[in-house]
Ligand binder design. Structure first.
Ligand SMILES: [Zn+2]
Length: 267
């Protein structure tokens, strides 16, 4: 059994066939999926999906750094009430993205820190995004990490120095199909085994990041990624560690259940 810790199922690309997508995931052994909330609206939509598919779906509630410019003081109240819902298991996706700066850096810093404070108040784990903002990200996280129950750097695509810094801070690491790309994921393939097995989780980040080494070919025409392909990512990660599929499966499953406190949930 696997848990996909990051799926963007509120994307319009899943509008037409979500039932089938979830059925395929289940038959591939993906037991549960955590739907990523990226704004107040999308986080609310994610909770609606969870209510519709309570056995399979959980969600996060948060504001992605791209949407940080929408943040107002009232956003904290709205997120706070979303976080009260039982299937909402983490704060996020939140963090910093200075790669494209869809929101000004100053807005991102304010929005990120407000969500970390909320996570501390609620004692909930945090689902983190960081791109081209390592220094500021580490500075902010180092002030909060000790007060948080847990935090995961989702879709890790950084270098070894960044990885070791995160691990030293106590972060969990989320690995996506980025690792299945021998070109841009080459460095990750080399360093992934530095992640202790008790800190590793896996995710598809669907519909993005369709694994590049998917076989059999041809790959889906739409180029849409689905949770169905999580076992493929698990297999690639296992290969990079030199371990069996079952070892990565067992460890990431256990970590995900613990991280999101799924055993304590009353569904
Ligand atoms: Zn992200």
């Amino acid at each position: 059994m696997l848990v996909d810790i990051g799926v963007n199922l509120t994307s319009s690309r899943f509008e037409k066939d979500l039932d089938a997508v979830l059925q395929r995931a289940a038959s591939a052994g993906v037991e549960q999926m955590v739907v990523t909330g990226t704004s107040i609206t999308e986080s609310a939509r994610a909770t609606e999906l969870c209510a519709k598919y309570p056995a399979q779906l959980l969600s996060t509630a948060g504001i992605h750094p791209h949407n940080a410019k929408e943040f107002t003081p009232d956003s904290v109240n709205k997120l706070s009430s979303l976080l009260e819902q039982k299937q909402v298991v983490a704060v996020g996706e939140c963090g910093l993205d200075f790669n494209r700066n869809f929101s000004p850096a100053e807005d991102q810093l304010v929005c990120f820190e407000a969500q970390l404070k909320l996570a501390v108040d609620k004692q909930m784990p945090v689902f983190l995004h960081q791109r081209d903002a390592h220094k500021d990200f580490v500075e902010i996280m180092s002030r909060y990490i000790d007060k948080l129950p847990a935090a995961v750097a989702h879709c890790f695509t950084g270098n070894e120095v960044e990885l070791l810094t995160y691990l030293e801070m106590g972060l969990y690491i989320g690995v996506t199909g980025w690792i299945c790309d021998e070109r841009r994921g080459g460095e990750l393939q080399q360093i992934v085994n530095k992640i202790p097995l008790d800190r590793l989780m896996i995710e598809t980040d669907a519909p993005y990041l369709l694994p590049r080494n998917l076989k059999p070919k041809p790959k889906p025409k739409s180029n849409r990624n689905e949770p169905l392909y999580l076992p493929h990512i698990c297999q690639t990660v296992a290969h990079c560690y030199g371990l069996s599929f079952a070892e990565i499966e067992t460890n990431t499953y256990k970590n995900s259940r613990n991280f999101f406190a799924l055993d304590k949930m009353q569904l």
